[in-house]
Design a protein around this ligand. Sequence first.
Ligand code: HSE
Length: 444
Amino acid sequence: MNQPTGNTVKSVAIGIIGYGTVGQGVVEVLQKNAREIERRCGYHLQVKSVARRDWSGTDTSALPFTCVTDPFAVAGDPAVDIVIELAGGEHPARELIETALKNGKHVITANKALIAKHGEALFALAREKGRELTFEAAVAGGIPVIKVLREGMSANEVKRVAGIINGTSNYILTEMAQKGRDFADVLKEAQALGYAEADPSFDINGTDAAHKITILASIAFGIPLQFDSVYIEGIDALTPEDIQDAAELGYSIKHLGLAVRRDNGVEIRVHPTLVPQNALIASVNGVMNAVQVQGNAVGNSLYYGPGAGKLPTASAVVADLIDVVRELNLKGEDRLTEFGYSEVHDRSSLPVLPAEAFHSAYYLRLTVADRAGVLADITRILADNSISINSVSQKNHRKNNGHIPLVLLTEVVNEAQMNRACEQLAALPAVSGAVKRIRVENIE
Ligand code: HSE
């Protein structure tokens, strides 16, 4: 870092690992907004070196930084003060960040999988080295939701975080609901738009949203990162009938990441969810993201914006960069901790609850023989399991082979009771096939 001489602006040297869409976006934002950024942080931010696996096809002589192919050369470059890791994936991203921290660099990453799965070890190393490791771009792209939870909500006990945090699955659900389109066809389009993960199954099966809600839960509740304890369901089992039935009941189906504080612990779960059509979050469509945070002082607040993309993600990365630069002259112990909690307090006092302990309302769909007494058998099983019914509708227009779909909404129930009831329902001779069940959150 160059120290000021007279009125000269100080300069900070940046190294970037990964020069794909986001890396190029970061360089673009740093160039386009150089003056504004310098006014805000008091330093000139200079990209010194950039690593990319393959530079062929790029005129590197026209680029104002050193182009290298070895990412470790950037992580260990003595001329670099701050490293931005945009390589993605778990390895060698983890080793790259470790190398950078061990070489005394602050690190900024957009890597949600890495933070969710290896964040505890990496933050410990950063603390040991007195360096920062920041990750705003890891969740909900351009929405500054990490800062919201860590700083904006710091006066609250957070009760619930509910987010549409995977743009690809939201795009697929929106297209299915609004245009009746086919799942596979919409997925292809989402991939072409550049939103889908390198492994698109992570979008569809809920893994990507689980990485993100793991991080949000840790900040919301001050608990360790526990990706392995997250309950995960994707959107792959949803059918046009589910979407149609939900709409008839006044609900939209959204794929939510939820972190809910209960008296005995926290629920961290990712799954398709019926939300009331008049809830603001129900109108978040296409690839957009939104996170609703409920705090015991502020009540409900909703944050909406682009969850991915070149410049929105770069916006979050560069905001982190500015934060790190603003705190450059602070000692490690004087900086804000990664989740905003004082280190003297135990972070593991709030357990992550197993799925059987969850509480949620439910949409159930059964295919039943259309004959007398069937509804009575079904309601008896629900009553025996202390499950209160909110509504029942029989879809006579979808009668097939003497069988009709029966759709029920329940009140909030304990998951273990619902599991038991569903097993008993499926065993009834009049019920054919499995019981379809989707959780309902009556979000305001
Ligand atoms: N695959 C992610 C999404 C990209 O669809 O939201 C942003 O993390």
